[in-house]
Design a protein around this ligand. Structure first.
Ligand code: FAD
Ligand code: UDP
Length: 363
């Protein structure tokens, strides 16, 4: 069999590309080394609850076209992510907003909160923040940094905040209104039937082979081009260096209770709790089942053979990635895409946008 495209990875990037390529009349084969489609957005139903097997996924975007695109494959509910943070015996709303500040300092108005933060910042003498620690301190001052950022970030990334890039913390909104919405995006929600169903619909009519590793089959498949969404350094047998990732271990439990923690996402921000957060999956879909499923997330350094989750975009790794990228530009048959192929901390909407952009030039 001869294919126009061999697509390595049945995650979101691969599925969007495969869907569009099929529509354009191309013959595609999608392979994935895992035994299921969906990549990291894979959800699995347990007792009527959609369980996010590789970490909680909330779809959010400000791009109307992307919102309309994803809605072609599923209905979305009106879930708004509003995590809470537990620090010792204190509980705060996230992201950093007037609810957080009011609880932390016993104040009521934005002017009071802004004054406290400004006073804390003025003692620091930070001009241009050079790393996550300086960026966080300069944004919210010392109290919020110490209680809600420092411990969580160091657990999440296994590195000191001063050794991490500042863009990571800029993902979180800071506002002086009583608004617990974790995102500023215009559109947000959870697919009512789970993410796997979205990917299944994208791949309808496309040949898919699971439990199939590219490195075992690449010389046996005849395809004009390869869309590769695995790790770029693995593709080149790590010859220019090994890129670092963070991996995550999930301890998932079914509990015979209706409501364990009252919220989908509870972050544990102090360093002495070993996990970063607990997800209670049913709350993403306003579930009313008599049981519940929770997952504790433990962050760890990735080593070969582990599942890679978060690219660690510090100077060392970005330098190595740039070398791989230059090398990849000389390929005439293989195109790299997605979170692993581009070594980028991509949200789902950005992955879809990148895949559609590739479709424009490629198809
Ligand atoms: P992946 O989903 O990783 O797919 C790549 C696929 O390639 C995998 O299935 C893999 O098995 C396969 N593969 C790799 N190598 C090979 C090989 N050699 N042979 C065959 N197959 C191979 N985004 C949001 O927008 N909102 C969120 O709330 C959100 N939460 C997240 C939480 C966590 C814990 C993580 C890690 C990410 C989160 N994301 C979120 C990001 C989201 O997961 C990604 O944007 C998206 O899954 C990336 O899709 P992808 O296709 O690029 O990669
Ligand atoms: N973060 C934090 N405290 C929190 C939540 C997040 O310090 O309670 C920081 C942490 O550094 C994290 C970053 O903000 O890596 C981005 O958080 P986000 O929730 O976007 O992470 P993701 O969902 O990608 O794991």
């Amino acid at each position: 069999m001869k294919y126009d495209y061999l697509i390595v990875g049945a995650g979101l990037f691969g599925a969007v590309f495969a869907h569009e390529a099929k529509k354009a009349g191309k013959k595609c084969l999608v392979i994935d080394k895992r035994g299921h489609i969906g990549g990291n957005i894979y959800t699995e139903e347990i007792d009527g609850i959609q369980v996010h097997k590789y970490g909680a996924h909330i779809f959010h975007t400000s791009d109307k076209k992307i919102w309309e695109y994803i809605n072609e494959f599923s209905d979305f509910n009106n879930y708004i992510n509003s995590p809470v943070a537990v620090y010792g015996d204190e509980l705060y709303n996230l992201p950093f907003n007037m609810n957080t500040f009011s609880k932390m300092w016993g104040i009521k108005t934005p002017i009071e909160a802004q004054k406290i933060i400004a006073d804390q910042i003025s003692e620091l003498n930070i001009e241009e923040p050079k790393n996550l620690e300086e960026q966080a301190l300069k944004l919210v001052g010392r109290d919020v940094y110490e209680k809600l950022i420092k411990g969580y970030t160091q657990k999440q990334w296994g590195r000191e905040c001063k050794d991490l890039p500042s863009f990571i913390i800029k993902r979180l909104p800071l506002r002086f209104t009583y608004d617990n919405n974790y995102f500023n995006d215009r559109y947000q929600g959870i697919p009512v039937e789970g993410y796997t169903e979205i990917v299944r619909r994208m791949l309808e009519g496309v040949e898919v082979r699971l439990s199939t590793d590219y490195f075992d089959v690449n010389d046996k498949i005849d395809a004009d081009k390869v869309i590769y969404t695995g790790m770029i350094d693995e593709f080149y047998d790590y010859k220019l260096g090994v890129l670092e990732y963070r991996s995550v271990r999930f301890e998932t439990e079914k509990l015979e209770c209706e409501n364990y923690q009252g919220n989908a996402v509870v972050n544990y921000t102090s360093a002495d709790v070993p996990y970063t957060r607990i997800i209670e999956h049913k709350h993403f879909n306003f579930g009313t089942q008599p049981v519940t499923v929770i997952s504790r997330e433990y962050s760890s350094e990735w080593k070969q053979g582990d599942e890679p989750y978060y690219p660690v975009n510090n100077d060392r790794n970005n330098l190595i990635y740039d070398k791989y990228k230059r090398l990849s530009e000389s390929e005439d048959k293989t195109i790299f895409g997605g979170r692993l192929g581009e070594y980028k901390y991509y949200d789902m909407d950005k992955v879809i946008a990148a895949a559609l952009k590739l479709c424009e030039t490629e198809l």
